[in-house]
Every structure is written in C-alpha cells, then in structure tokens.
Ligand binder design. Structure first.
Ligand code: HEC
Length: 192
C-alpha cells in the first residue's frame, strides 16, 4: 500500500491550511510518495532507537551522587532509624541506593528529580544542620502520602513498604526523636 491510498493524508492536508503543500513526513519531491508503510515504520523505529541512544548521553541523572553524611537526627532508637532507612532513605538521605534502571534515561531523569526534590524537603543525612520539613514527616506518614505510591509500583522497592504496625512504630519513633514534632525539642526553637 502506498501513502496515496491512505485517506488520512487527505485529512492532514486539511488541518494545515497555511501550508497545504506540506504533507506527512515532509514529502516534497516526486517519487517520495511511493515509500511503503513498512519502510516508514522502519525509519520511525530507527528514529526512536537513535533518540533513545541520544537520551543516554544526557549527563543529568547519571552522576548518582551521594554527598557526605553530615549529621543524622538523634534517633530515638535504632529500630526507628532502620524503618526510616527502609521507607525513606532512597529519596531523603545521602545514602541513596540507585537501582540498575536508574541508569537508563528517561527513568534516570525522573529518579534524579525525585531524589533532588526529596532531599531538598527533608534530608536525614544533613538533619543536624537543616531539618527541612521534618515537622511534616509524621503527618505525611500517617496520611499515607509518603513514601509516594509510585515508589512501589511494579513490585519495586518491596522492602520499603511498611506494614500498618511498622508505620505506627515509625510514627512513634519519629515523635520520640528530637526535631520531628512541632517545636520538637531541637532546643533552638521558640522559648524552650
Ligand atoms: C520515591 C522517593 C521518596 C520516598 C521513598 C519518600 N519520599 Fe518524601 N518526598 C519525596 C518527594 C519527591 C517530595 C517532594 C514533593 C512532594 O511533596 O510530593 C517529598 C516530600 C516529603 C516531605 C515534605 C512535605 C511534603 O509533603 O512535601 C516530607 C516530610 C517527606 N517527604 C517525608 C517522607 C518520609 C517520612 C518518608 C518515608 C516514610 C518519605 N518521605 C519517603 C520523595 C520520596
């Protein structure tokens, strides 16, 4: 079948009244019209592959940096820390575990973006100097907003999924850890 048989190309010409001579795939010269669908599909496929290849060259998201740990919270217990490590540390610490697919664009870009954003809001590894939005931690946990649900899609990060009991345990642990409740005993807040 040639492209001329395709009623769709007629429609396309209608959609672009300002450039009626421009048809699909920029066909101009004579002869080009006989390109078969299969060949076009082949070119499109090659184009996608080339694009995919180019995406891998973009430096963003490839560094997988884990800056130094400068000061963790004064955890109420090691259990609390362990739970936080499991459920939160990939995005809220400088001890991120980067899975293999985080090497592959565009997933690597999304991962990097979530980690950058997560760290900027709350970074357990730099807690001593910047508690960020730690005071929200109990709330987002209780409301089930964190960890974000996309994190465990496709059965990924299974270990980060907390049972209801573990969630309550983490909430209690955070509440007992200085800095995670309002005015929470960091000592530097208003009048305590
Ligand atoms: C997959 C990455 C990821 C994981 C895992 C994760 N977070 Fe987040 N977190 C984010 C991102 C991204 C943001 C900023 C954007 C937003 O608010 O949705 C954020 C924001 C926050 C905030 C700031 C308040 C807010 O709603 O913006 C708090 C507090 C927080 N997270 C706590 C936690 C806690 C506690 C855990 C573990 C139980 C956790 N997060 C697990 C990615 C993550």
């Amino acid at each position: 079948m040639t492209i001329d048989d395709d009623p769709g190309s007629q429609e396309l010409a209608f959609d672009e009244p300002s450039a009626p001579h421009r048809r699909r795939f920029g066909r101009r010269g004579p002869g080009a019209g006989s390109m078969s669908r299969t060949r076009m599909a082949g070119f499109t496929g090659l184009g996608c592959l080339a694009l995919f290849g180019l995406m891998q060259v973009v430096p963003y998201g490839r560094t997988h940096s884990n800056p130094p740990v400068t000061g963790e919270p004064r955890w109420a217990s090691t259990e609390t820390r362990d739970l936080a490590v499991r459920a939160c540390y990939d995005c809220h610490s400088n001890e991120t575990n980067y899975p293999w697919y985080s090497n592959v664009a565009p997933v690597s870009w999304l991962t990097q973006n979530h980690i950058d954003e997560g760290r900027s809001k709350l970074n357990f590894s730099e807690f001593a100097t910047n508690p960020g939005e730690a005071e929200e931690a109990v709330e987002v946990l209780a409301e089930g907003e964190m960890p974000p649900n996309y994190y465990t899609w496709f059965g990924l990060h299974g270990a980060s999924k907390l049972t209801e009991d573990e969630k309550l345990q983490l909430i209690a642990g955070l509440k007992a850890t200085p800095g995670f409740t309002e005015g929470g005993g960091r000592g530097s807040d208003d009048g305590d």
